[in-house]
Design a protein around this ligand. Structure first.
Ligand SMILES: [Zn+2]
Length: 390
């Protein structure tokens, strides 16, 4: 492959030639494609800058449907690994969330902003959440949703857990969000909260139960109600492993309320928590026809027991989805076409004229072996090539 020019801070017009292009159901034969500014164009005469990509595979920029962002460095890590859109699932205050938006040449983000939980939940003990996030009555739902919309949240996140918000509160938040045409994403990593989220008529359930496998009947109910799964198997695997004893002891001393909340949540489960339950739940949902999206729950928290890194973890997630039963093609769709469709990001997820020029050039074919998603040669975010800062 020819040597690349130095990074340009602006989107240019250029041609990629002799490249096989992912069209959502497979790869084309070798062809050429024009990139005009931040969009995919159609005029192959539009530029004299031609990049020969013979032997390479071009896929849409990857979408991680469950991230947590703290600072711009996370956007760099995501871009370096081919993730050009990141769907944040809890971030506050609003200034921080909105400060990470619209950064040229870096991944484009969407965010839930502040999530809903309740006093006494694991998350309320673990995270420095403002009181506004702790809902104790369904009457608070409408004002909460309106505040998020005013702040700029793209969708509403509820943390379904036991202990946590009541069924009535979950129902009220979901209904209030739907009146405002906002998607509702529910955290549910155990069987009972998973069913509560379904009962509340949410649109997306993120995580996958670790205490009991989702049955075929439940999966069919999800299909009937158009519910999407973002199982975050990477995080489910991490949280099913035993945390370092030193970290647990540190937590017991510094934050005893978190440990007692975790113990109460575990006691409310249907059985021992295992990764196999989470993985087999994904298999059941996939078999039933539930859209399964790739999301990682990547985060960086000083007190977290679990290490799920931005960017790299999405490739792990794709591998785990294939292990759970998805075909490599469907795993690739789970990080491109499907999240674009189900999160209403209609300007991306597929490589066709007029879409955002979010592109990843690979040396291998991930529909043949999903591990080839890691063979990244070049990445463009909105037509601007990403280069790791020196
Ligand atoms: Zn999360």
């Amino acid at each position: 492959m020819e040597q690349v020019e130095p990074t340009s801070a602006v989107a240019r017009t250029f041609i990629l030639k002799n490249v096989r292009i992912f069209h959502g159901a497979g790869f084309t034969e070798c062809q050429s494609i024009a990139i005009t500014g931040d969009k995919i164009g159609n005029n192959l005469e539009s530029s004299s800058e031609i990049i020969d990509c013979a032997g390479y595979f071009l896929i849409p920029g990857l979408i991680d449907a469950h991230v947590h962002l703290q600072h711009e460095g996370h956007l760099h890590e995501l871009a370096r690994h081919g993730v050009t859109t990141a769907l944040d699932m809890a971030m506050w205050p609003a200034d921080k969330m909105n400060g990470l938006r619209g950064k040229r040449g870096l991944p484009d983000i969407r965010s839930a902003g502040l999530p809903v939980t309740a006093a006494g939940s694991v998350h309320s003990c673990m995270l420095p959440l403002p009181k506004e996030a702790l809902l104790s009555h369904p009457d608070q739902a409408e004002a909460f949703v309106q505040s998020r919309i005013t702040e700029g949240s793209d969708y509403i996140k509820v943390i379904s857990d036991v202990p946590g918000p009541t069924q009535e509160t979950l129902n009220a938040v979901s209904a209030a969000a739907h009146i405002k045409d906002k998607l509702v994403v529910a955290h549910a990593s155990a069987f009972t909260p998973f069913n509560m989220a379904l009962e509340a008529n949410v649109d997306v359930i993120t995580h996958s139960p670790r205490d009991k496998v989702v049955s075929g009947t439940i999966a069919q109910r999800m299909v009937k109600n158009d519910v999407i799964s973002v199982p975050t198997l990477t995080m489910m695997r991490a949280t099913s492993s035993r945390p370092p004893i030193g970290a647990v002891l540190g937590m017991a001393i510094s934050k005893p309320s978190v440990l007692s909340a975790i113990i109460r949540a575990k006691r409310s489960g249907q059985g021992p928590q295992t990764y196999a339950n989470a993985r087999d739940s994904v298999a059941a949902m996939y078999r039933a026809g539930v859209p399964v999206l790739a999301g990682t729950d990547c985060h960086e928290e000083p007190n977290s027991f679990f290490d799920v890194k931005h960017g790299d973890s999405l490739h792990t997630e794709l591998e785990l989805l294939v292990e759970a039963g998805l075909s490599p093609l469907d795993a690739l769709r789970a990080a491109t076409v499907l999240p674009a469709k189900h999160f209403r990001l209609l300007d991306r997820g597929i490589i066709t004229e007029g879409k955002r020029a979010d592109l990843v050039l690979l040396r291998g074919d991930p529909t043949n072996d999903i591990r080839a998603s890691r063979t990244i040669e070049r990445v463009w975010c909105g037509g601007i090539e990403f280069r790791r800062p020196v």
